[in-house]
Design a protein around this ligand. Structure first.
Ligand code: ADP
Ligand code: MG
Length: 348
């Protein structure tokens, strides 16, 4: 987990917009040669490249996408960058630059914004990206963050959602469902805290779940690994809304069906024990819980041997004809229709 310390409180109105921009951008250093000019001018300048350019944006709004009562600002900064990098990696690309725009109300202090930027900068260092610009403005209520990532991919190996073919294998990276359960644990602790603020939560049994919710890591390693293995997926997407919803995107855009096997879905032991405790079905959590930021992709069956022994990958099923629909084969060997529900459906 990231450390969060900053007892002081300097009001943003003391600094003004330019003071704030100067304060948060003065330490920024660029790591990449292709960043010709970063923060400080009317526009950033990037050197041309032979590769194709990827651009992706996400907007995160307080009260809709995050709750600051259990999301420390440093983690929020880190996660805002991760959600964008994850989209670039899902195209089988690499990110070199991001821009970050924020709108903040005067409820926030300079120290709070410093925490947010500490998380953004940690993400930039760890994932080797340059923060090359953004915009700063005020909001009447709450905080809003928009990150844009600029990435690159080879023309021949950029991967879309619409390339899955019948008989292709369906592969996921890592394990699923932990981030959603982390959120359940944090929400429960928030309610306990509201009833009794002196109650110190014991979160030792949930460290992995909470880390997955508060400090997700985008899979920068996967495009590199795929390149080493000489595998180009036929389709790929990142898992932000839950496995079934992402599968639906691949199937509908590729005009195919799929069959996945319940007993193949990769789950961490903490996911299994927390599901028992919360009386949730672990398959349902993996299918509909969001925010794992793993990658879901399809490969030709001819590539199976290149990846079958790799611990990062789990084959969970295969692509079928479109008219066969999307199916889940349960542990009891029943065939169920897969419904594309995001994590919102689980919440209700
Ligand atoms: P302009 O008036 O041209 O929009 P600004 O005064 O908003 O310029 O920004 C000055 C510089 O600081 C620009 O290079 C801009 O990209 C950068 N910048 C502004 N806000 C942020 C931010 N929140 N994060 C990173 N860079 C920022
Ligand atoms: Mg501006």
């Amino acid at each position: 987990m990231l450390e969060d310390k900053n007892p002081q409180r300097t009001s943003l109105s003391e600094l003004g917009e330019f003071g704030l921009i100067n304060h948060i951008t003065k330490h920024i250093k660029n790591q990449h040669k292709c960043t010709v000019r970063g923060v400080g001018d009317d526009a950033a300048v990037l050197a041309p490249s032979k590769m194709q350019t990827l651009i992706t944006t996400d907007l995160l709004v307080e009260g809709i996408h995050f709750d600051l009562s259990y999301m420390p600002l440093k983690h929020l900064g880190y996660k805002s960058v991760m959600v964008n990098l994850s989209d670039v990696y899902a195209m089988n690309g690499e990110t070199k630059q991001i821009t970050v725009s924020i709108a903040v109300s005067n409820r926030f202090s300079l120290e709070a914004i410093e925490e947010l930027y500490a998380g953004i900068q940690l993400a930039c260092e760890t994932y080797k990206v340059d923060l090359i610009g953004g915009d700063t403005t005020s909001s009447t209520k709450g905080i809003l963050i928009s990150v844009t990532a600029i990435g690159k991919a080879e023309k021949d190996t950029v991967v879309f959602r619409d390339g899955a073919k019948e008989t292709d294998l369906i592969v996921v990276t890592g394990d699923l469902g932990a981030a959603y359960l982390g959120l359940q644990v944090l929400e429960r602790e928030k309610q306990v805290f509201q009833v009794n603020p002196n109650n110190q939560p014991d979160l030792n049994d949930y460290t992995y779940l909470i880390e997955r919710q508060l400090k997700p890591e985008a899979r920068r390693d996967i495009p590199k690994l795929l390149k080493e293995l000489k595998v180009t997926p036929s389709a790929m997407i990142d898992i932000s809304d839950g496995l079934s919803s992402e599968l639906m995107h691949i199937c509908s855009q590729s005009k195919v069906g799929c069959k996945i096997y319940e007993d193949k879905i990769p789950l961490d032991p903490q996911v299994i024990s927390a599901c028992e405790e919360f009386d949730l079905d672990s398959t349902m959590v993996a299918l509909s819980g969001g925010e794992d930021y793993e990658l879901l992709f399809t490969i030709s069956i001819d590539d199976y041997n290149k990846m079958k022994a790799n611990p990062h990958f789990t084959v969970i099923g295969h692509i079928t004809e479109e008219r066969q629909g999307m199916k889940l084969i349960t542990k009891a060997n029943q065939e169920l229709e897969l419904k594309a529900q995001g994590w919102n459906a689980l919440k209700e």
